[in-house]
Design a protein around this ligand. Structure first.
Ligand code: ADP
Ligand code: MG
Length: 831
């Protein structure tokens, strides 16, 4: 029938056919859309501009609009003052002429509901300027969308999907289809055994399973092997188990499996523990920065590549490991690249050490070359066909386009296939999550449930597992992910991938020394990986929110290895601590620019970690032991001299806790700001210290957190981090001392000792300039210093972030003469 035909057409990405089929619907919709636009205008005039500035003529015009709007929505002309009344959508509306389109339309119009709710007369919520501003922003981008469509004046069908993104199907990635495997389940086994049995059966369906023995044989015969296989073939979860089962851990040595991302390390370890039927942290564990979940009996240890790098410091021959698996080598993180050089060296003098380098992509030849022609073991892929669709025209706002596409897929596609949406970072994911919730809320049974699962690096552990849980029957899951889901995590049941084509990448300019996270187009290789995620359990579809032209012209073939676009100070410090003095001679897969190496050496010299001959100093050795960025590590080491190590330890822990300290509920934004401001006198670092101290004094009270708009989770993490840093400080013999609570200058001096190169000075024009690079920067609006009057003349900042402007984040006022005091060697040599 008509509707089936439409959704089938939609499924094929063929919107032109759909449009043809919907000519009649379009005409009805256009009239309705006009009315809806009136609704928007009413909201604009009422909510945004208020009543005060209205003239009589404007008042009459508004009344007329309300009447027309009211006629359609069954509330003719009456202004009940309850707020939101006009923007609600009676259920009857949907039963109008065309149900199918009505669904689409109602999704697009969900915001009107919210417009009403935000004003909230009936619900007793206070009107918030912030909220209506956000509504307005959302609507504005919505309108941009419409505006784009209206631009194609020649095509009279353009408005059918008010809010839809137009795709062109271009290519299909070929796939290889597997034969089906039967699984039989016994009847009389209890649930736990049944789950275990199911897990064991699942293990056997993974592509790597068929090659278990062959793989073990190859490993027995060769010291170093490159393993290549599609994402999801079982490399990460299975191979360590095979090795464990085959006795590689019987001699008391461990298997290490490194991951570039900590979420992956945690989640994979949890899965493997489950498969092996053991408690996480016993036979199977993980180790990430500030979190060690292993024990004496841990045989299989998943860890971040950075953690194994740190372990080299204490154990340069990796004696406790029998096998090292450098997983996700194609990711080419800085730590992975350094590890590759180090393990290659260790393998030479430890013939008993087995080395596996595993990669999801086929550029394994480079790795094989690097490891002196090591054999490449290919696990034949299993992937179904994936249809790839591009947008017909460039999208002005990919976030907006992404939301529209997800909703479009959800409404038009048959139930039973989940959606994976790639975004660039936590903030964006949270925004999209909120918009999706808002727009599906209140639709009730008119559309199937959409289960929204975010996943990003800082997502609290207890929420991470959710992405793997299947959606309840009849519902659809949409996973909102960063490129963590590109290859590190395999989520089953994904049939649709929506790819914004962007990711956040670290970029570093060795010339200016500035490192920033920038949103940039992904590479073709990444795009292929992302698309492939949809074809694991059945034929898939990938919707790229960019044009085919842009794919061909704007995207690089491969992603540039991180080591070629990072600040290397931290890595160079680790290498120096490992005794690698000749950095240029180090065995890099792809060497970094020598400029970047020099810059790193200079930074470390400035911090006093290296002497003028480039040798590690005592300060440098202590810094290398702390798992902190060198500048922060220096601040901690220096705190001893100013007698405030307890305080600086707290600041460092708060800065390392990862997540935002404060939250800002929309309906109490001003209260939250005031609460936050109270901590801020004396700078953002001191504010962090104050928050932590008060929280301690409250007895770690949750109520205290609620009263002060502080995230309890961040605080608990800060406490964990603090404990571990404290232990490390003891190891490097930094005396634990507390300054009298009034002496905040001591704390500020210690911070300056680490961050003096991040000094900015306020010029007569009121703007700050960084002294290092003479760039114009602003205080980040989230900083307590942003509202200080008069603004301080000299400040140090923790980091620069680049959005519309360049902002300093975590800012503290200093005195200029401290610079000479904290780093005399630097200023003497340089002047
Ligand atoms: P690869 O490393 O080759 O990409 P994995 O070993 O990570 O593959 O994944 C193999 C399978 O294990 C996946 O298809 C998925 O079903 C399952 N799996 C992996 N991690 C988890 C997890 N945390 N929760 C549930 N299932 C998982
Ligand atoms: Mg893997």
């Amino acid at each position: 029938d008509e509707r089936a035909r439409r959704s089938e057409a939609m499924g094929r990405g063929d919107t032109s056919e759909l449009r043809r089929a919907s000519r009649g619907a379009y005409l009805v919709m256009r009239a309705k859309k006009k009315v809806e636009e009136l609704g928007d205008e009413i909201i604009d005039e009422e909510v945004m501009f208020g009543g005060a500035r209205r003239t009589d003529a404007e008042e009459r015009e508004l009344k007329r609009k309300k009447e027309i709007y009211g006629l359609v929505h069954g509330s003719a002309g009456e202004d009940d003052g309850a707020g939101g009344h006009y923007y609600r959508m009676p259920a009857a509306y949907d039963d109008a002429a065309n149900v199918d389109q009505g669904k689409r339309f109602s999704v697009a119009r969900q915001r009107h509901d919210d417009g009403g709710e935000a004003r909230g007369g009936g619900k007793g919520r206070a009107f918030s300027e912030q909220e209506s501003w956000e509504e307005q922003q959302i609507r504005k981008s919505q309108l941009q969308f419409g505006a784009k469509d209206r631009g194609h004046a020649g095509d009279e069908y353009e408005l059918v999907f008010d809010d839809a993104v137009e795709f062109v199907k271009a290519t299909a990635m070929s796939g290889t289809e597997p034969e089906d495997e039967e699984d039989e389940l016994g009847d009389e086994i209890d649930a736990k055994a049944m789950l275990q049995r199911e897990l064991q059966d699942q293990r056997k369906t993974l592509p790597v399973y068929k090659f278990r023995d062959e793989l073990l044989k190859a490993i027995a015969e060769h010291q170093i092997i490159i393993v290549v296989g599609e994402t999801g073939s079982g490399k990460t979860t299975q191979i360590p188990q095979y090795l464990h089962e085959a006795g590689y851990t019987a001699n008391g040595r461990r298997i290490a499996c490194t991951q570039p991302r900590r979420v992956a390390a945690m989640s994979v370890a949890a899965r493997v523990a489950q498969e092996m039927g053991v408690k996480l942290g016993h036979e199977v564990g993980y180790s990430i920065r500030f979190e060690d979940c292993t024990s004496e009996k841990t045989a299989v240890k998943y860890m971040t590549d950075g953690m194994l790098l740190r372990e080299f410091l204490g154990e340069p021959d990796l004696a406790s490991y029998g096998v090292v698996i450098v997983d996700e080598a194609h990711e080419r993180s800085v730590s992975t690249d350094i590890l590759l050089g180090l393990v290659k060296d260790v393998a030479r003098f430890r013939p008993d050490l087995k080395l596996l380098i595993s990669s999801a992509t086929l550029n394994a030849d480079k790795l094989s070359d690097f490891f002196d022609m090591a054999p490449v073991f290919k696990i034949p892929g299993r992937r179904y066909k994936v249809d790839i669709h591009y947008t017909a025209a460039p999208e002005a706002d990919y976030v907006d386009a992404a939301v529209a596409t997800v909703l479009q897929l959800h409404v038009t596609q048959p139930p039973g296939g989940d959606i994976l949406l790639f975004l660039t970072g936590q903030e964006e994911i949270e925004t999209v999550e909120e918009i999706l919730r808002r727009r599906t809320r209140g639709l009730g049974t008119r559309i199937a449930e959409l289960v929204i699962c975010p996943i990003y690096a800082n997502l609290p552990t207890e929420l991470q597992a959710k992405i793997f849980e299947p959606a309840p029957p009849g519902a659809r899951k949409v996973v909102l992910a960063t490129n963590i889901a590109e290859t590190s995590l395999t989520i089953d049941g994904i049939s649709y991938v929506v790819d914004t084509g962007f990711c956040k990448v670290k970029s570093y300019s060795p010339r200016t020394g500035a490192e920033s996270l920038l949103v940039q187009p992904i590479s073709k290789a990444s795009a292929a990986q992302r698309a492939g995620r949809s074809g694991r359990t059945g034929p898939g579809k990938c919707f790229r929110l960019f044009t085919e032209h842009s794919y061909r012209e704007d995207m690089a073939d491969e992603t540039v290895p991180e080591i070629q676009r990072s600040n290397l100070a931290s890595v160079v410090l680790s290498l120096k601590a490992l005794g690698v003095n000749d950095l240029v001679g180090f065995d890099f897969v792809d060497p970094p620019a020598s400029e970047a190496l020099l810059r790193a050496l200079e930074d470390l010299f400035a911090l006093g970690a290296l002497n003028s001959r480039g040798e590690l100093t005592k300060t440098g050795r202590r810094m290398a032991e702390l798992p902190l960025d060198p500048m922060l590590a220096k601040a901690v080491v220096a705190s001893e001299r100013y007698g405030c190590s307890e305080e600086v330890l707290t600041v460092a822990s708060m800065l390392s806790a990862g997540n935002a300290v404060f939250y800002r509920p929309r309906d109490r934004a001003l209260l939250a700001d005031a609460a936050r401001q109270r901590f801020s006198a004396g700078g953002d670092h001191v504010a962090l210290l104050n928050v932590y101290t008060e929280w301690e004094q409250s007895g770690h009270s949750a109520q205290w957190c609620a009263d002060h708009f502080v995230q309890p989770r961040t605080m608990r993490r800060a406490r964990d981090v603090r404990e571990q840093l404290a232990a490390l400080m003891e190891r490097v013999e930094i005396e634990r001392r507390s300054c009298s609570s009034g002496d905040l200058d001591a704390v500020r001096k210690a911070i300056t000792a680490g961050f003096f190169r991040n000094t900015a000075q306020r010029r007569r024009d009121g703007l700050y300039r960084t002294i290092k690079t003479w760039r114009t920067v602003l205080v980040h609006p989230s900083s307590g210093m942003a509202r200080l009057d008069p603004p301080p003349r000299w400040v140090v900042y923790h980091e620069l972030v680049e959005t519309s402007n360049e902002y300093m984040r975590q800012v503290t006022e200093i005195k200029p003469e401290w610079q000479l005091e904290v780093a005399p060697h630097y200023y003497q040599e340089n002047n």
